[in-house]
Design a protein around this ligand. Sequence first.
Ligand SMILES: Nc1ncnc2c1ncn2[C@@H]1O[C@H](COP(=O)(O)OP(=O)(O)OP(=O)(O)O)[C@@H](O)[C@H]1O
Ligand SMILES: Nc1ncnc2c1ncn2[C@@H]1O[C@H](COP(=O)(O)OP(=O)(O)OP(=O)(O)O)[C@@H](O)[C@H]1O
Ligand SMILES: [Mg+2]
Ligand SMILES: [Mg+2]
Lengths: 251, 251
Amino acid sequence: MKTIAIINQKGGVAKTTSTINLAAYLAIEGKKTLIIDLDPQGNATSGLGVNRFDLARCVYEALIDGITYKDILITTKVKNLDLLPATISLAGAEIEMVNMESREFLLRRLVDEITGYDYILIDCPPSLGLLTINALTASDQYIVPIQCEYYALEGLGQLLKTINLIKQGLNPELDLNGALMTMFNSTQNLSSQVVAEVRAFFKEKVFDTVIPRSVRLSEAPSYGETISTYAPTSKGAIAYEALAKEVIKRG
Amino acid sequence: MKTIAIINQKGGVAKTTSTINLAAYLAIEGKKTLIIDLDPQGNATSGLGVNRFDLARCVYEALIDGITYKDILITTKVKNLDLLPATISLAGAEIEMVNMESREFLLRRLVDEITGYDYILIDCPPSLGLLTINALTASDQYIVPIQCEYYALEGLGQLLKTINLIKQGLNPELDLNGALMTMFNSTQNLSSQVVAEVRAFFKEKVFDTVIPRSVRLSEAPSYGETISTYAPTSKGAIAYEALAKEVIKRG
Ligand SMILES: Nc1ncnc2c1ncn2[C@@H]1O[C@H](COP(=O)(O)OP(=O)(O)OP(=O)(O)O)[C@@H](O)[C@H]1O
Ligand SMILES: Nc1ncnc2c1ncn2[C@@H]1O[C@H](COP(=O)(O)OP(=O)(O)OP(=O)(O)O)[C@@H](O)[C@H]1O
Ligand SMILES: [Mg+2]
Ligand SMILES: [Mg+2]
């Protein structure tokens, strides 16, 4: 089993879109996959067609009250893909966690109970607070989606600094799975410039697959579907399928 | 003087882009304007062409060490537009503020010292943590940029809940200036659907001006320029100019 955190404190870079659609194609490749929605906005939960307001419990209760993950597990419409959902109650978690014992390891304890999956993907909020720290402490690897835009490069230094702190103290095994370029706009020079800078920085750790900007990707969640069922021949679907194959190859 | 917080915990919805370009056109209209960059990513600072690594001090020192705002004040290339910058040191502020006396009022104390401006705009990070709470406590009004995408509607409930809590306790005068639709894509049905839902929710509080998706807007910060100097006849520039006039009219 491999646990991968999808992180970047810059907002709107396609963390949720990448979590959902990479997970969908890992599942289609026959890998048993679990998504953990660790963002209080619950976009991964609603993007998979789950009505958050119907849920009595979510990741919050598993983290704070210690209920078992099986009590909140949801099977999605995609074969081999399950979800641990988030609701608005998760918004209060960070403040409550501050004063809890082993506050950085609450998610690790939960993940250590989980069996029967090939991949666990954790969708993170756009911050480097306790929820994201919990995700990094609970993971073997992390993937950094990077939007092909100017501001995308700004926060990378801060992100890597935080990760190094976690590697020194909380999780020495933590390793970069890859940097993923997202929302590439082939008509814009800026996109190519950002890709070139990221490749110079992360070298071979940048995925060969670059996710293009594609309207279909932003429409799919409004139908509660992954791109693999909503528009399987679109350029966004083809890209996430190629990404899944690269992630599996990286072993 | 009017202080307006630009907030939305959803990431990548154009908080920074709206702060910079609205401020630029308020300044062009002859209003003395100050931007406070309250996001540790410092995108408003770098988007205005300021090299964050050159700065010895920033908003962090004014909040935590109590130095006066004049010690960190930067005049920008745009006449009538000044900046209180953010650097990476601001990333540590939230954790330090948790145990400080009147931790929600640290920015308010700073803003109460400031004179000589018609508008102060505060760019916030994509979260509802202590930095954003400080911004809401220090402001007379707030503007909510909302991306014309499906996930945009998800977090509004949580945002308004947090604002009501602040109105009850910390800042009863806090008032919505307006909801601003951003990155409108006229070729996509989804965009029009989101606008219709937001107008049904916020009614006349939604600005008439809708900001279109425009490549020029995402290029301008890579040159350290506002849209008013980078591409003054582009549709993004025309939209932010119209927005500034609407904000002034709202009084
Ligand atoms: N390749 C793409 N092409 C077009 N739109 C995209 C693409 N990837 C993501 N989007 C859209 O861009 C917006 C931001 O993506 P998403 O919400 O996945 O980012 P995020 O990093 O999870 O945001 P947050 O920081 O708020 O968690 C969404 O509306 C999404 O539908
Ligand atoms: N109208 C627009 N058309 C095209 N691109 C835009 C537009 N507005 C913003 N952008 C681009 O979209 C990205 C997100 O915008 P921005 O960084 O301003 O959002 P934000 O809400 O401040 O993000 P964060 O949540 O990380 O603070 C940036 O790369 C920006 O250049
Ligand atoms: Mg997300
Ligand atoms: Mg911003």
